[in-house]
Design a protein around this ligand. Sequence first.
Ligand code: ADP
Ligand code: MG
Length: 275
Amino acid sequence: MALPITLERVSYRYAPNTTPALSDINMVLQSGTCCVILGPTGSGKSTLLHLLAGVLAKHYPESVGEGVLTIGEHRYTPFPEGILFPTVALALQDHYVQISGIRDTTRKEIELTLETLGRDPLRERASIDRLLQQLGIAHLAERKPTALSGGETQRVALATILIANPEIVLLDEPATALDYGAQSRLKLLLQSLRGTSSVVFTDTRIDLPLDVADRFIVLHAGRIQFDGNRRGFLEQLPDLGDLLPVQDWQEAIHEVKGRQDSPLRQRILRAAGLP
Ligand code: ADP
Ligand code: MG
């Protein structure tokens, strides 16, 4: 069962008397939504995901938060003190730190999540195998999880959280180290989660958001500058130029503004449901 998430007047500073990393954030994510958070480096994307995962109060005791976070029936004022896993699971931007380093195979690393939750890995072997297949890492099952490439590690880290069947899946730049094939698999996986889990992910590139997100939020300096559905976002794309400084989006904006037909322009118009 996916859970709705609500943020009301949420602000957050890592330390008192510093510039807020998030300011006056209001948003309602219906359960089953796949939402992408976009924005330049330092705009608050990771902070927002960490806040939703409940890790901020624990990791930054000096920090100052305001507002209300509601996840399902639970109201936190302002933020949860403990980590909300497995209801909420976060794949960190730095995927290497998500590997425990205490297990000698990838399979055992994934089993560790189940053991921590008091679940029997033997009874869930088929689920582990299915997840490994979906992520294209079945061939890594008996390999050492600390000796994998960036893209392999990113997918193993994802498997260690998805095996818990979280209701809310938070992914911080989940495709950074993935090649084209691995990214296509991730798209299918995220599409398969639709309806059963709420997904919130951050990304600086264009492919994953364009193919899987149904809600688009753009942050700048910790504030929401745009919040809307796919069509609204793509229609407004030409005006969002300064807020999406990466090359991918700049090219997309250039194409949408231009009159020439191009594959990218066609793709964006199709994604927006426009003729
Ligand atoms: P993004 O993920 O969009 O790049 P972040 O959420 O990492 O942005 O950062 C938002 C702001 O919070 C930035 O100004 C950043 O410098 C600051 N920040 C991030 N992490 C910390 C931290 N651990 N301590 C203090 N400030 C931080
Ligand atoms: Mg970040």
